[in-house]
Every structure is written in structure tokens, then in C-alpha cells.
Design a protein around this ligand. Structure first.
Ligand SMILES: Cc1ncc(COP(=O)(O)O)c(C=O)c1O
Length: 430
């Protein structure tokens, strides 16, 4: 594969951009090698600056549920741009967007648009703190909620010991306020609540996790978590930045039959443009300025171009509920193909899939939480990633991520992926 232009661009980029990229995972650090610079995307394919074509399973890390550059979103954007790019004043589309979101996700009665998933989760936590008058939060080891200081904490050495920052620049105050529980383990949550009685403002969770690879919360666990939050007057924030409008129209909450107090969104909600949102119970959302005292603002929030792409994406979903059957069929076909390959090779690897999110873990053991996820052999994953890339398949360049399948993936794409998977696994699992 010729990657000369990508290599040149990366060398140039490193002089002016930290690490040569604007978001770390793009740099291929966990799989080795240099990133490819992408020029164009169309349907299920992306094309790099050297003219290589790939079947893409990143889909911009989730937003492209209809594949790259769908004509209906492109047309909406071109139409919107005729009227101007930003006003800093309310527009009609923001009202329609908010209404549509509340229609899709029953636990959301009011919603505020922001510009990224991080902004959504950060603001939801502030809302929960303002509403409850309490300061501490509980998050789960292995869940990712963006890069706000108070999320960059991992578990310490024991269940009740202080967490440890995952980045320099995170203050001791943040460490003290973020408590870390084990995913799918209600006892770990109960212990933290008991030791921090009446101090917990919120529990935040990816109810279907994408960020330790795909891991679904047990039905029993999520229901108990809901009950516990009710009993302790803790705001339950379900982070649906990745799962919202992807695993179902109503997100992970629909799949698991649970209702959050606050929900955060990103990715699909922007139709490929930079958008996030947070919403939930009216009595909590009415705490947000200017309705209430909890400050949160944004110069470009509700931006007309972003709203037009996002509203068009969500309207398409509303008018075509069959897309979730299509996604399920395509994704199940891919999963079955990979499983058959493993059988033919007489190997066992763990696969988790929820709808159009799938992770092939390089471990034989079942993956249900962070500890079981990190048993994966990331070195072999790195080799597998490059073998797949060589064969024209662009996977997320990290083990603990999801492959995203879109409605644009054809049977031919999936068959090519399955045979590339067979050849690649044969090479790396000797
Ligand atoms: C579940 C979840 N929450 C929050 C975020 C942060 O979103 P953003 O990257 O738009 O800030 C992500 C990003 O991948 C995510 O997967």
C-alpha cells in the first residue's frame, strides 16, 4: 500500500499540531504505525490522500449511521448555508430539534444543545450538582465521558481508596470528588454511597459501553442502579453520546428498559457536525440558565448548520424506523461471519455486539467489565488491525473501541470484511 503522502503530511503535522493529530486516538499509537490522512468519504468507503480505498468501520467514531456524506444531509446543509452560518440568536430549527429529541427519548422532557459530547457530560454533571446541592459523582471504571477534568480519574488501589488521575493537570480536588465503581457490580456502587452518605450528586454511566469495547449493562444491574439512585436522591446520568439513536431510536434506555434523570448525547445527533446535547427531567433542566441559576452557555450552541444536519439525520430516522432492522441484520451477518472464521481456525475470541456496535476482543474470556476487557491482547489486536488495513478494511485503531456498522455497508462490503478477517486472523493467531 502506498502511503507516501500520508507520511509526508504526518511529518508536517507533527511540527504544528501536538502529536500531529487533533484527537489522540487518530494517531494509531495503540496499534503502531502512522495514521492515514483521509481525503473523502462516500457511503461505506473512505479514501486517503494516496488514493487508497477502505471499507470504513469507524464512521467518524459513531456519527455516520447512514455512511459517509449521505445526499439528504448534504442537501440540507447546502440549503441551510444559503441563509447564513451563525446568528447568536434563537432559530426555529432549535425548537423543532428539541421537540424531536423529547419525542425519541421519553425520559427527556427538556434539552439544551451544546457543541460536543464532552460539553454535554460536563454540563449534565454541573446541572446534577446544582440540583442536588451535592458535589461528588460516581463513574465506572472503563466508561469514557469526554475529557473534562473530573472524568479523567481511574480506580485507585482499593474499592474505597481515592482514584488516580489519568492525566497531569487534573487537580486533587477533582480526584476527591470523582468516585470509581466497577461496571455491572451494584455492590461496588452501594459501598461508595455508604461511605459518602448524602454527598453524591450523580452517577454517570454508559449503560451500553463503547469505550472499553462494547459491554452491555446487565438488566438486573441497571435496574438496581436506577432504584438505588431513586432511594438516595442521586441523579442518574446515562451517557448516550455513543449509543443515542444508534442502538435504538430511544438509545440504550430503550434497549435496557430504564429511564435516566439526565441523558447526554453527541455524535449522531449532529449528523456529522460538531453537536452535543443534554436533557432530562424538567425540574432538573429548569435549573439551567436563564431558566435557573446553573450557568451554562455557548456562542455556537444550536448553530444553524449543525442543527440542520442533526435535525435531518433524526428526521430520517423518524421516517425510516426500518433502519434499525437493517443495521441489526448487517451487524448480525458480520458477527456470524467472524464467529464462523474463528471456528474454522479452531480459535476462540470473545465478541460483544449490541446492534451496530461490535467489538472483537483478543481474549477467550467473556467480557463484562473493565477487568475482563483488559485481559485482551492489545499487541495481537495491533497486528490484526494492520492486516485488516492492508486488505482494505479500516477498523478503529484501538482494541477498546467499537466497530460501527452503517446502513451504507453492503453485503459485498460485509463479505469482503469477513474474508479479510479470516486471512488476518490466520496470520496473527498462529
Ligand atoms: C460515551 C461518550 N461520552 C462522551 C464522549 C465525548 O464526546 P466528544 O468526543 O464529542 O467530546 C464520547 C466520545 O467518544 C463518548 O463515547
Amino acid at each position: 500500500m502506498n502511503t507516501e503522502k500520508s507520511k509526508q503530511l504526518f511529518e508536517e503535522a507533527k511540527k504544528f499540531i501536538p502529536g500531529g493529530v487533533n484527537s489522540p486516538v487518530r494517531a494509531f499509537k495503540s496499534v503502531g504505525g502512522d495514521p492515514l490522512f483521509i481525503k473523502r468519504g462516500e457511503g461505506s468507503k473512505i479514501y486517503d490522500v494516496d488514493g487508497n480505498e477502505f471499507i470504513d468501520y469507524i464512521g467518524s467514531w459513531g456519527p455516520h449511521i447512514f455512511g459517509h456524506n449521505p445526499s439528504f444531509i448534504k442537501e440540507a446543509l447546502l440549503k441551510a448555508i444559503e441563509n447564513g452560518t451563525s446568528f447568536g440568536a434563537p432559530t426555529e430549527l432549535e425548537v423543532k430539534m428539541a421537540k424531536l429529541i423529547t419525542e425519541f427519548v421519553p425520559s427527556v422532557e427538556m434539552v439544551r444543545m451544546v457543541n460536543s459530547g464532552t460539553e454535554a457530560t460536563m454540563s449534565a454533571v454541573r446541572a446534577a450538582r446544582g440540583y442536588t446541592g451535592k458535589e461528588r459523582i460516581i463513574k465506572f471504571e472503563g466508561c469514557y465521558h469526554g475529557h473534562a477534568d473530573f472524568f479523567l480519574i481511574k480506580a485507585g488501589s482499593g474499592a474505597l481508596t481515592l482514584g488516580v488521575p489519568t492525566s497531569p493537570g487534573v487537580t486533587k480536588g477533582n480526584v476527591a470528588d470523582t468516585l470509581i465503581a466497577d461496571f455491572n457490580n451494584i455492590e461496588s456502587v452501594k459501598k461508595l454511597i455508604k461511605a459518602n452518605k448524602n454527598k453524591i450528586a450523580a452517577v454517570i454511566i454508559e449503560a451500553i459501553v463503547g469505550n472499553m469495547g462494547v459491554v452491555k449493562a446487565d438488566n438486573k444491574f441497571i435496574k438496581e442502579l436506577r432504584t438505588l439512585c431513586n432511594e438516595e436522591k442521586i441523579v442518574l446520568i446515562i451517557d448516550e453520546v455513543m449509543t443515542g439513536f444508534r442502538v435504538a431510536k430511544g438509545g440504550a434506555q430503550e434497549v435496557l428498559g430504564v429511564k435516566a434523570d439526565l441523558t447526554t448525547f453527541g455524535k449522531i445527533i449532529g449528523g456529522g457536525l460538531p453537536v452535543g446535547a443534554y436533557g432530562g427531567k424538567k425540574e432538573i433542566m429548569e435549573m439551567i440558565a436563564p431558566a435557573g441559576p446553573v450557568y451554562q452557555a455557548g456562542t455556537l450552541s444550536g448553530n444553524p448548520l449543525a442543527m440542520s444536519a442533526g435535525y435531518t439525520a433524526l428526521s430520517y430516522i423518524k421516517d425510516h424506523p426500518e433502519i434499525y432492522n437493517q443495521l441489526e441484520e448487517k451487524s448480525a451477518y458480520l458477527e456470524k461471519g467472524i464467529k464462523e472464521n474463528l471456528k474454522k481456525l479452531n480459535k476462540h475470541l470473545s465478541i460483544n455486539r449490541v446492534g451496530s456496535m461490535l467489538t472483537l476482543f483478543f481474549t477467550e474470556d467473556k467480557v463484562t467489565d473493565f477487568d475482563s476487557a483488559v485481559k485482551s491482547d492489545t499487541k495481537i489486536f495491533g497486528k490484526y488491525f494492520h492486516e485488516m488495513l492492508k486488505r482494505g478494511i479500516y477498523l478503529p485503531p484501538a482494541q477498546y473501541e467499537a466497530f460501527f456498522i452503517s446502513t451504507a455497508h453492503t453485503k459485498d462490503d460485509l463479505n469482503k470484511t469477513i474474508s479479510a478477517n479470516y486471512e488476518s486472523l490466520k496470520d496473527v493467531l498462529r
